[in-house]
Design a protein around this ligand. Structure first.
Ligand code: ADP
Ligand code: MG
Length: 291
């Protein structure tokens, strides 16, 4: 690729809100035949909403106050939905101490004397919380595309909160446009399997990797590459960073975390997922002029 052609391609990208970090990224993007898409914050980048609250042993008000006080410290896309929904339901948000975020799993912190954890049932089960009493309820919610986050207080299951986080029409159009470019599309998400399949069905995506931890997302990328695919990974979160770094082209959603943008070769600064087909088309047309 001549420097002049690369300059034209990256310049045109900048006009379109697509930041391309150099000629190698542009060249790899032109050869992509497989796109792996993160779900939360990438395919669903609208306004998620708190829909369900299930409280065990405490009032809904008390549970929501504890949960929202910790979520208030989180940057995750569903954290704002939970915090705002809790506020609307009259929860009292107070300061949480010792906040920790576990990528692809959940968050924890202390509110007063209570140690509060909110996240996937898989994560809570791993640290010894018995989640079985709420699994059936969570599966019902997940079948409707909702994301249930389990709540543990002082190591015991205390309830769940669910967020409706629908795939946008733009995401649907982007998936269709990728197919028209002859690209194979799959979803790779840290979310629950049932939820992932419900959202994927709305988008017409039939390959789904769910309940993946950050290192699992990177393994999916590595496996696709080992099968000879040229892989673009698209994501927004801290949990996507290893997969973004390992892909032939890592593509970050511009509204995502700084860590994802730093790990990526391309950032969709405007328009989010809607700009993805544009970015790949631009790479192809730029490289075609070069060859
Ligand atoms: P995705 O891979 O689709 O972007 P994430 O890996 O960011 O999803 O999150 C995976 C799951 O971890 C979420 O579906 C949610 O259950 C849980 N989780 C992550 N962060 C939080 C949080 N701040 N509050 C509650 N649950 C969370
Ligand atoms: Mg995400």
């Amino acid at each position: 690729a001549t420097p002049a052609a690369v300059a034209v391609g990256t310049g045109r990208g900048a006009e379109l809100g697509v930041l391309v970090k150099g000629g190698a990224a542009l060249e790899a993007a032109s050869r992509v035949d497989t796109v792996l898409l993160d779900k939360t914050g990438t395919l669903t980048a609208g306004e998620p909403a708190l829909t369900d609250v299930v409280a065990i042993a405490r009032s809904e008000h008390e549970l929501l106050s504890l949960v929202a006080s910790v979520e208030n410290e989180s940057e995750h896309p569903i954290a704002r939905a939970i915090t705002e929904g809790a506020r609307a339901r009259g929860a009292e948000i107070v300061r949480a101490e010792g906040f920790v975020s576990v990528a692809g799993a959940g968050i924890e912190g202390e509110v007063g004397a209570a140690r509060v954890r909110v996240g996937t049932s898989a994560w809570l089960a791993r640290i010894g919380v018995d989640t079985t009493p709420l699994e059936a309820h969570a599966e019902e919610l997940a079948a409707r595309g909702r994301t249930p986050s389990f709540v543990a207080i002082d190591g015991a299951l205390a309830g769940l909160v669910a967020v409706a986080d629908r795939a946008s029409d733009e995401a649907k159009a982007a998936v269709a446009a990728l197919r028209e470019l002859g690209i194979e599309v799959a979803m790779v998400t840290g979310d629950r399997t049932r939820t992932a399949h419900a959202v994927a069905a709305e988008l017409g995506i039939d390959r789904v990797f769910a309940e993946t931890r950050p290192e699992d997302k990177a393994s999916v990328v590595a496996r696709e590459k080992a099968n000879g695919r040229v892989v673009a990974m698209v994501g927004d979160g801290v949990n996507d960073a290893p997969a973004l770094a390992g892909a032939d082209v890592g593509i970050a959603i511009g509204s995502g975390t700084d860590i994802a943008i730093a790990a990526a070769d391309v950032a969709l600064l405007q328009g989010g997922i809607a700009r993805l087909p544009t970015a790949l088309r631009l790479a192809r047309s730029t490289l075609r002029t070069i060859r």
